[in-house]
Design a protein around this ligand. Structure first.
Ligand SMILES: [Mn+2]
Length: 492
């Protein structure tokens, strides 16, 4: 597996962390957004942030899982340890920051590796203080405003982690009056995360290349797999080896046959069946950034005619999106383009009948692709900034309301392009029986595909560039011929 290591500057990023300059650039961009959107921004104020806390398994004192830093906190500071707070100076040229660090007790020092404040200052290029001194240190900055995050994640509707609940106590109680939770602070941060820096792009490309290698390795070794989870484990051991990552960016999906039609099928515990497809949605994670890639391939290395038919429609949609993704184009329109390709393909195959435009208007594609075309990606798999007060609103139309963003594409956005066709029994039954759309379904033809195909998703990651878009999941076998050829090689 030696070939999986490279000489990239990011080769050891998961172990060493990224250079502090990486996050300084993020802070600069965030502050420039603040200046753009908040007319009365007090530049002698500070941004006050709370980092993630360690989670434990119920009443147990063992770690629940590897600590994952809160994404906004990570984006601005690069800090990878739990329990911190941070204060950022609002200076676009030199956005210095301070961190406030929990003091380790003697047991912690005995059991866990700990760093001195000097170590931390050096590692993150910041000022570091004990958490117990935070109020005094913030007071010394004489901030006219203490800006805190106040917003919700537009995918989950959950509130973002915020230092807003921190209560300054005597003799620092006056600071409470300076706290400002203007929702635009969070929106500027989320918006900043949408536009990747050159360094973020390089890192994401690196992660994607390792992800592609791991997908290819998994495809080749499917013949040695008996259970869906075998495929997951081959992928994960490869990605752990190449990226040094210890955890998944998301729970991996390996669904064989009808399991592929469960969009977030996570059990991965069924036997692989010859003659079926396997849908593998598996990404990598490195230094806090992720990839999100799906391949759908035949277990035995050869597509059946029906599998090929459906696969080719999805591939056509995937490619059409890539060909048309460029600055100024709405993601919602690209979703509709993918729907058009899918409906047209199903029409030609005889699974649907009727007028294409009518089907588009009546949202028939929802019954085959009940998810959005793709999403922003970066630190989070479903990255921040999909819907903000100054970006296009979420559609209320069936199917279009699933889209995680309706933004107009701009340079340096990174998104997934992941159309799919799924044969979801209960959803199809719903369609067959819905007075509004039943006329379009050719039930006896559709039924022939349910077991044999299950579901197909083809997911690539793309970067919006000056003159279109760049595929960053390059090198994956994607056409049915390429896949069959690639899977055959190993058998020689
Ligand atoms: Mn995805």
């Amino acid at each position: 597996m030696k070939s999986l290591k490279t000489n990239s500057i990011y080769e050891k990023a998961e172990l060493t962390g990224l250079d502090p300059s990486f996050f300084k650039k993020n802070r600069k961009q965030f502050i420039s957004k603040l200046k753009q959107y908040i007319s009365d921004l007090q530049t002698d104020g500070i941004i006050f942030l709370k980092g993630g806390e360690e989670l434990f398994k119920y009443d147990n004192d063992d770690d629940y899982h590897y600590f994952i830093q809160e994404s906004n906190f990570y984006y601005l500071t690069g800090v990878r340890e739990p329990g911190y707070y941070a204060a950022i100076i609002i200076d676009e040229d030199d956005p210095k920051f301070s961190v406030f660090v929990p003091t380790p007790d003697e047991r912690t020092k005995i059991f866990l590796h700990f760093e001195t404040l000097e170590d931390i200052e050096k590692k993150y290029n910041c000022s570091a203080y004990e958490l117990v001194k935070m109020q005094d240190e913030i007071n010394k900055l004489h901030p006219s405003k203490i800006y805190v995050l106040n917003g919700v994640n537009s995918d989950s509707d959950k509130k973002v982690l915020s230092a807003a609940d921190f209560l300054f106590t005597p003799p620092y109680s006056d600071l409470n009056e300076k706290v400002d939770n203007n929702p635009l602070i969070y929106e500027c941060l989320a918006d900043s995360r949408v536009y990747k820096s050159d360094e973020e792009i390089e890192l994401l490309k690196y992660i994607n290349q390792k992800t592609v290698e791991a997908h290819k390795l998994t495809m080749k070794n499917l013949k040695n797999c008996k259970i869906e989870r075998d495929a997951e484990n081959i992928f994960f051991s490869s990605i752990r080896f190449s990226l040094y990552s210890r955890n998944h960016p998301y729970e991996h999906i390996c669904g064989c046959g009808p399991n592929a039609s469960t969009l977030h099928y996570l059990d991965n515990d069924c036997e692989l069946q010859q003659g079926k497809l396997i849908l593998m949605d598996m990404g990598g994670k490195c230094a806090g950034y992720v990839s999100d890639v799906t391949s759908t391939v035949p277990i035995n290395g050869t597509f059946t005619e029906k599998q090929k038919n459906i696969y080719n429609i999805v591939l056509e949609a995937n490619l059409a999106v890539r060909e048309n993704a460029k600055i100024g184009v709405s993601w919602l329109e690209l979703h509709k383009l993918a729907e058009k390709k899918i409906l047209n393909g199903l029409l030609n195959l005889g699974l649907l009948k009727g007028d294409l435009d009518e089907m588009l208007n009546k949202r028939v594609c929802y019954y085959f692709m009940p998810h959005g075309l793709g999403h922003l990606m970066g630190i989070d798999v479903h990255d921040a900034g999909g819907y903000l007060s100054f970006t296009p609103e979420r559609s209320k139309e069936k199917g279009l309301d699933c889209l995680r963003t309706a933004r107009v594409l701009e340079k340096n956005m990174i998104l997934t392009d992941e159309p799919g066709i799924y044969f979801i029994r209960f959803l199809l039954e719903k369609g067959y029986n819905d007075e509004n759309v039943k006329e379009f379904f050719v039930k006896e033809e559709i039924e022939k595909y349910i077991d044999e195909v299950g579901g197909v998703r083809i997911e690539d990651d793309i970067l919006i560039t000056e003159d279109g878009c760049e595929l960053i999941t390059t090198g994956l076998p994607r056409t049915t011929d390429e896949i069959e050829e690639w899977m055959k090689q190993e058998k020689k």
